[in-house]
Design a protein around this ligand. Structure first.
Ligand code: AMP
Ligand code: MG
Length: 328
């Protein structure tokens, strides 16, 4: 039977319907786009409240299912922006009560791993999760997903968005910087900020803005920012592979749509004799299908939560939740 999944951690409101054989039966998404500056949590949440009922309808129509044919309702419990998470959780609780179906809490980062794992067919890959708010290298070990390395300050996507907005552009910055970087020729000096298994971006933001103030060409700046930060991510991913004795990597998050990042990670993994897989863009970015699929796995492992105990967890860590379907 199908599980309906609701995603609402940040910009994207999305509803997916996925079968127990991992077939994506329906997927409907809508992204909040700030007209000016970065994401405003309350405005994004208002967007989600407005959009989610229609998205549920569209996803169910695409799936050609009636509520009686849906086995459970899964929702992103965290991590994410409180007001945004609350909007998704409220719709999930409402459906759970109206349709009399169990509620399944899903960790958003774990969902990125699980959708990439099922799509790739890779059994035990590392995930490089590079999104707006999150930047982590994740691997499964002893009952849960563990964070092997991560950003010490802001997410890589937020870094790209902040930089682009400071330079006079609009959200989202990542794709715009990617387009500019294609014409870059000169590698400008920027801090290379790897600290053991972790990375940091705020110093690079300051340095990039200083280069801009000194008249650096926009294309060279974009190119240098991409090469420097994606090399940092590739380095910690390689070190994680070596430490964990793995040879497969999957990508997730909006920044994983970036061609240069995909190529750099693929080159590194293949040089080690391994395999890299990046989901199609619609499933790399935040989406309800990954929540529904992880909901399927969790449901089969007996993970459900009563409505009254289904509070959102804006700061929920990847390694805080169990993944009993992995050890089962
Ligand atoms: P997410 O947080 O996973 O929804 O992804 C959103 C983030 O991905 C934003 O920070 C975007 O700037 C970034 N992003 C989207 N497409 C690209 C791209 N092609 N290159 C780099 N960053 C991107
Ligand atoms: Mg995400």
């Amino acid at each position: 039977m199908a599980v309906l999944g609701i995603e609402s951690t940040a910009h994207t409101a999305s509803v997916g319907v996925v079968s127990d054989a991992a077939e994506i039966l329906g997927l409907a998404s809508d992204m909040y786009r700030p007209t000016k500056g970065g994401i405003h949590p309350r405005e994004a949440a208002n967007h989600h409240v407005e959009q989610l009922p229609g998205l549920v309808e569209r996803a169910m129509e695409a799936a050609h299912l009636r509520p009686a044919e849906v086995e459970a309702i899964a929702f992103s419990q965290g991590p994410g922006l409180g007001p945004c998470l609350r909007a998704g959780a409220t719709v999930a609780r409402m459906l759970s009560l109206a349709w009399d179906r169990p509620l399944v809490p899903v960790n958003h980062c774990v969902a990125h791993v699980e959708i990439a794992r099922i799509l790739s067919g890779l059994d035990d890959p590392l995930l490089l999760y590079a999104s707006g708010g999150n930047t982590q290298v994740i691997a499964y070990a002893r009952g849960r997903y563990r964070v092997l390395g991560e950003t010490l300050d802001i997410g890589i996507g937020n870094f790209l968005d902040k930089l682009w907005i400071e330079l006079g552009g609009t959200f989202p910055g990542g794709p715009a910087i990617e387009a500019e970087a294609k014409n870059g020729r000169q590698l400008l000096p920027l801090p290379y900020s790897v600290h053991g298994m972790d990375v940091a971006f705020s110093g690079i933001l300051t340095a990039a803005l200083a280069l801009d103030a000194r008249g650096a060409a926009r294309a060279d700046l974009a190119y240098s920012v991409e090469v420097t930060t994606y090399a940092m991510l590739t380095e910690i991913t390689e070190r994680a592979l070596a430490h964990r004795r793995r040879d497969t990597v999957v990508l997730g998050g909006g920044v994983a749509c970036n061609e240069r990042l995909r190529t750099m990670v693929r080159t590194m993994v293949e040089a080690r004799g391994g395999t890299m897989f990046a989901p199609p863009r619609s499933l790399c970015v935040d989406n309800g299908a990954m929540i529904a699929w992880t909901g399927q796995l969790a449901l089969r492992a007996g993970v459900t939560v009563p409505v009254e105990a289904s509070a959102i967890e804006p700061r929920q860590r990847t390694d805080q939740v169990l993944a009993p379907w992995r050890s089962a």
